[in-house]
Write a protein that binds this ligand. Sequence first.
Ligand SMILES: C[S@@+](CC[C@H](N)C(=O)[O-])C[C@H]1O[C@@H](n2cnc3c(N)ncnc32)[C@H](O)[C@@H]1O
Length: 209
Amino acid sequence: MTGTARTPSLRLTERAHQWLATCLGPGDLALDATAGNGHDTLFLARAVGPAGCVVALDVQQAAVEATTRRLAAFEGPRAPVELRVGDHGDLPRFLGGRRARAAVFNLGYLPGGARPVTTVAERTLEGLRCALGALEDGGLLSVLAYPGHPGGRRETALVVAWCRRQCAAGRAAIVVRDRGPSPDSPRLCILRAVATPMARTLGLSSREA
Ligand SMILES: C[S@@+](CC[C@H](N)C(=O)[O-])C[C@H]1O[C@@H](n2cnc3c(N)ncnc32)[C@H](O)[C@@H]1O
């Protein structure tokens, strides 16, 4: 996240939440693949309610601590959160075969934290692949990418290209493709998981096809 990108990124974060709210309901499982300061984790935990569950990961202990504090400070009804230090490239280990209704990737670095620790394109793509495969048919995958950090421009381009490929292959449908006014503005992509025709014929999920 860059200083210049902060205003549009906030707007895009809110836009992502609005879309996620349309698909999440009580009792759902939601995934936050980059917990950071816990804004997205808390949003998801409120959206799925006490009967739901949120799996939230971050590679940094400091992010897990910040998210823990944010969750503890919230006194309203929310889901239990399985919050772990972990890499979203290893997602299957944390999901343990469960399916999610929505997954959120908010890329870049921890605001207020150690800037050198950013998401890395290859791990991001592996995480996205696993997350899309773990979504229920019709579930949403939201990715907010920031070209402004070191490696961010390449990561953003690869993420956008990956999203296009999923749609071309019929594994997903694009719901939102949004960007700010400059090449360094954040990009928001939201995909809806689609069970493939073969999966539908066999009664399987998109991951099993
Ligand atoms: C922009 S912040 C996330 C903001 C957060 N969602 C929030 O609501 O506050 C990006 C986070 O991704 C984390 N991260 C970087 N690489 C990761 C990886 N491979 N797996 C999981 N988290 C990662 C960083 O440590 C950082 O905290």
